[in-house]
Ligand binder design. Structure first.
Ligand SMILES: N[C@@H](CCC(=O)N[C@@H](CS)C(=O)NCC(=O)O)C(=O)O
Length: 209
């Protein structure tokens, strides 16, 4: 029987961050598919699961956790893997995860939703988001020019957070050779035992209808 239950859907990069962590830790987990595109996260039933109306949610031993960063932090402590080894490293992990949530994932996820998934929004809005995304990818690329992973020479939950949306470059119009530091880093993460592409790791791809 599965020890962890993850509310997720295949197109969610935020859920992928957690699903990937569970897989890399060889956890016994099962997905609970959320019908995001059918409006499930806006229903009263789902709000009772997560008042924020978001995926991912992780259930484990009577606890129900949301926010991918919080869940990754919880799992790192639980498994003793992908965590910081001292206070400086823990602060550095937190710094990159906060930056990811605000400046990287937020813009990429919104742009991809508009141009690829829902096909909505004005061109000026897309251009604004694309500009913000490219600035953030440039910052990440510079950071990764002279280190293997976000906080040094080994992967941590900061990497799992930062890479959440980055295995779909064609869906938001990016070519990784333009960002060689990011390109090489994504390959290093892909090489970790247990890595599976988000569309194969979580249910709901391809979308029906
Ligand atoms: N900061 C949150 C973001 C979660 C998030 O935006 N999830 C999306 C799916 S990828 C969602 O459920 N959105 C529902 C909504 O905004 O209505 C996290 O890291 O978990």
């Amino acid at each position: 029987m599965a020890e962890f239950k993850l509310y997720c859907f295949a197109q969610s990069g935020n859920a992928f961050k957690v699903a990937l962590m569970l897989n890399l830790c060889a956890a016994k987990w099962e997905p609970r598919w959320v019908d995001f595109f059918g409006g499930e996260t806006r229903t009263p039933e789902y709000r009772a699961v997560n008042e924020m109306g978001e995926v991912p949610v992780l259930e484990h031993r009577g606890k129900r956790l949301s926010q991918s960063g919080v869940i990754l932090h919880y799992l790192a402590a639980h498994f003793g893997k992908f965590a910081g080894g001292n206070d400086d490293e823990r602060r550095e992990i937190l710094r990159w995860m906060l930056w990811d949530n605000h400046k990287l994932t937020s813009y990429i996820a919104t742009l991809r939703y508009m141009v690829h998934l829902a096909k909505v929004g004005e061109p000026q809005v897309h251009d604004f988001l694309r500009g913000r995304m490219k600035t953030s990818l440039g910052i990440l690329d510079s950071h990764l020019q002279n280190r293997s992973f976000a906080i040094g020479d080994r992967p941590t939950i900061a990497d799992l957070s930062l890479c959440g949306y980055l295995y779909w470059p064609d869906e938001f119009g990016i070519s990784w050779p333009d960002y060689p530091g990011v390109d090489a880093w994504l390959e290093r993460i892909r090489a970790l035992p247990g890595w599976v592409h988000p569309y194969e790791l979580m249910p709901g791809h391809p979308r029906k209808g």
